[in-house]
Design a binder for this molecule. Structure first.
Ligand code: ZN
Ligand code: ZN
Length: 232
């Protein structure tokens, strides 16, 4: 199916302002630069609604929301370098084809849903800020990641159900290979739900946090003068 992205230009907003009490926990390096996490306004309002469906004392911990193009570029080029090491005889073209099976690009219509501000990675914390268990130590990363996993102990399934129910009731859709990834309005949301129209395209230059950092491709140029060039 052909999906059209018709961005409705809702602004990105600070999640903490819309959903008081959520815990924002991006990686340490990103927290130092970005300080908080952002979502499109409509999605932040949906998350507020989802918060209202959580039991008393339980709250969301946000592990990723809007992701700057720079971070997506960094993940992408880290994969390129890893694969180049692993397959030294492959051509650049073959490497790129293989990498794109695992990492969404940082540009084009298939850019990561996180770049649109419509996708969010989240889990639950209790009233003391402690993580509520969502996975089993006995399962691999991939097996734990599956939203429906029969092998999980009952109490973990129940914990996940609290998260799932709140998010579904608020109108979010889950990526079934990652129980923590939920979205609304982005390209991949449209694809999962067979909708012809996505309302959130990538937002690359919000705040320009990383413009003057060295480009993740390794060229030695500033990001904004290299892969961060608008429209590239
Ligand atoms: Zn995600
Ligand atoms: Zn570059």
């Amino acid at each position: 199916m052909n999906i059209i992205i018709r961005d409705n230009h809702e602004p990105l907003v600070d999640i903490k302002k819309y959903c008081p009490g959520v815990v924002v926990a991006l990686g340490r390096k990103r927290m130092a630069v970005e300080k908080t996490a952002y979502l499109r306004m409509g999605v932040a309002k949906m998350l507020k609604k989802a918060q209202g469906y959580l039991p008393k004392g339980v709250n969301f911990v946000i592990n990723d929301a809007w992701r700057p193009a720079y971070i997506q570029t960094e993940i992408y080029f880290n994969f390129i370098r890893r694969f180049e090491k692993r397959y030294p005889k492959w051509t650049r073209k073959k490497i790129i084809l293989e990498v794109e099976k695992y990492v969404a690009p940082w540009r084009g219509s298939g850019a990561s849903g996180h770049m649109s501000g419509g996708a969010i990675d989240l889990r639950l914390v209790d009233k003391n800020g402690h993580k509520i268990p969502m996975k089993s130590k006995r399962l691999s990363y991939q097996k734990n990641a599956l939203s429906v996993q029969e092998k999980l102990p009952g109490y973990i399934k129940k914990n996940r159900e609290i998260l799932f129910e709140a998010m579904r009731k608020a109108g979010f859709s889950n990526y079934p290979k990652e129980y923590w990834h939920w979205s609304y309005g982005d390209y991949y949301w449209a694809r999962r739900n067979k909708k012809p129209l996505a309302i959130y395209g990538a937002v690359c230059d919000h705040r320009n946090f990383y413009d003057s950092k060295p480009c993740p491709c390794g060229s030695g140029n500033k990001y904004k003068k290299c892969h961060g060039t608008r429209g590239e």
